[in-house]
Design a binder for this molecule. Structure first.
Ligand code: MEV
Length: 432
């Protein structure tokens, strides 16, 4: 069993962290090798996209302390932004004290859309499609024998009438497809393209677009956590004590802002996506699809709002929830081709796409809480400051031990700017 609590991880060297990680996750150093090399060869990359000229790297940091559905998990984050990994790990530690994250998923149902135009009578066509539903589902079901073998396949057909001022009435047919452990785009798009000629023959119309919907609202991941209010208090920079109740109520009031204001909700949800995307990218999944689904889902009531909720339970403990579409896979696509994505899946020891989705929403909720806690108490800049200062120091030309020196000086002065970094660097070099 993995142990996701590795004390002092932050203070180790990169080499030492790799060794600790392998030990804690019961993996060999070879299993983690793709994180050392970046994983992808130029040759594989050349098969992935067009006009390849090379590679582009991002840091992989490990999210600690995560316990999801009673199981410890070490989570790889691929992200360029400071504070995300540390913030989520810290919140996961607090959540652990309340029993960890409890997550569930729906069946992995994706929606394929077919736009049916040029109809003489949309209602007649709509009913004709329902009359042929069994036959159409059988055609769609047969496109992927492997998926079928693992229990996936076509599940349902739904037909909607859309009235459009530009082109008049048309039909939208939704094919509901169980894609099991795949992300599902290929299977669904293939099935829609296969169905089109038969639908045209049945209705006399023309199937125009045939493509999956990223508003994957049949494939939802949900997560809940409770943080004992006693865990939330802390000592502020000026040594005053901030009570757990103050932090809890601050987080709830911060959430209420996002709940009622789209301008704030966009930023609030961006914080959730800091966590979500980090794991989606680490596992070679399509983060644009996840982003599109998340924001469309956040606007499903007609008004864009928060994807998460924060409140308290009967004992006054802080309770957080997150619910969002989660179309991720562990088979096929980049997940299968990219050695680092494979290593990420192995590190988390996930065997199904649902398990991966449950970890991802847990990370999203942890990251949301980290942002709200910081914003509701000491402000976001304090936590950001030291890592940000290092980046600014590097940008100003610092290298080696100078990075820390320049960064530390800027943090002390509370001035983290490239011009100041350049000045400090110059002073330090001159005083040598
Ligand atoms: C920054 O990447 C994310 C935050 O803006 C999220 C939030 O405001 O909730 C800190």
């Amino acid at each position: 069993m993995t142990n996701s609590r590795i004390s002092g991880f932050y203070n180790l060297t990169i080499e030492e962290r790799r060794a600790k990680l392998a030990e804690a996750a019961h993996l060999t150093p070879e299993d983690l090798l793709p994180f050392t090399t970046g994983g992808l060869s130029a040759e594989s990359a050349d098969h992935m996209v067009e006009n390849v000229i090379g590679m582009y790297s991002l840091p992989v940091g490990i999210g600690l302390n995560f316990m999801v559905n009673g199981r410890d998990v070490l989570v790889p984050f691929v992200i360029e932004e400071p504070s995300v990994v540390a913030g989520a790990s810290f919140m996961a530690k607090l959540v652990r004290a309340g029993g960890g994250f409890t997550a569930t998923t729906t069946e992995p149902l994706m929606i394929g859309q077919m736009q049916l135009i040029n109809l003489v009578n949309v209602e007649e066509a709509r009913l004709k499609i329902y009359e042929h539903k069994a036959e159409l589902l059988a055609i769609a079901d047969a496109i992927d024998p492997i998926l079928k073998k693992f229990g996936g396949g076509a599940r349902d057909l739904e037909v909607r009438v859309i009235e459009d001022s530009a082109i008049g009435a048309f039909l939208v047919i939704h094919l509901i497809y169980d894609v099991r452990d795949a992300m599902g785009a290929n299977a669904v798009n293939t099935a829609c393209e296969k169905l089109a000629p038969r639908i045209e023959a049945i209705t006399g119309g023309k199937v125009h677009l045939k493509i999956l919907s990223n508003l994957a609202d049949r494939r939802i991941a949900r997560v809940r956590c409770t943080i004992p209010v006693s865990e939330l208090g802390f000592e502020a920079e000026n040594h005053s004590q901030v009570s757990g109740e103050t932090v809890r109520d601050g987080i709830i009031a911060a959430w209420a802002f996002a709940d009622s204001d789209p301008y704030r909700a966009a930023t609030h949800n961006k914080g959730i996506m800091n966590g979500v995307d980090s794991v989606v990218i680490a596992t070679g999944n399509d983060w644009r699809a996840i982003e599109a689904g998340a924001h469309a889902y956040a606007a499903r009531s007609g008004r864009y709002t928060s994807l998460s909720t924060w409140g308290k339970d009967k004992d006054g403990n802080l309770v957080g929830t997150l619910e969002m579409p989660m179309a991720v896979g562990i088979v096929g696509g980049a997940t299968k081709v990219h050695p680092a994505a494979q290593a990420a899946v192995k590190l988390m020891n996930v065997k199904t796409a649902s398990e991966l989705a449950e970890i991802i929403v847990s990370v999203g909720l942890a990251q949301n809480m980290a942002a709200l806690r910081a914003l509701a108490t000491e402000g976001i800049q304090r936590g950001h400051m030291s890592l940000h200062a290092r980046q600014v120091a590097i940008a100003a030309g610092a290298s080696g031990e100078m990075i820390e020196k320049v960064a530390a000086q800027m943090v002390t002065e509370k001035v983290v700017r490239i011009d100041r970094a350049e000045e400090i660097l110059k002073e330090l070099k001159e005083s040598k």
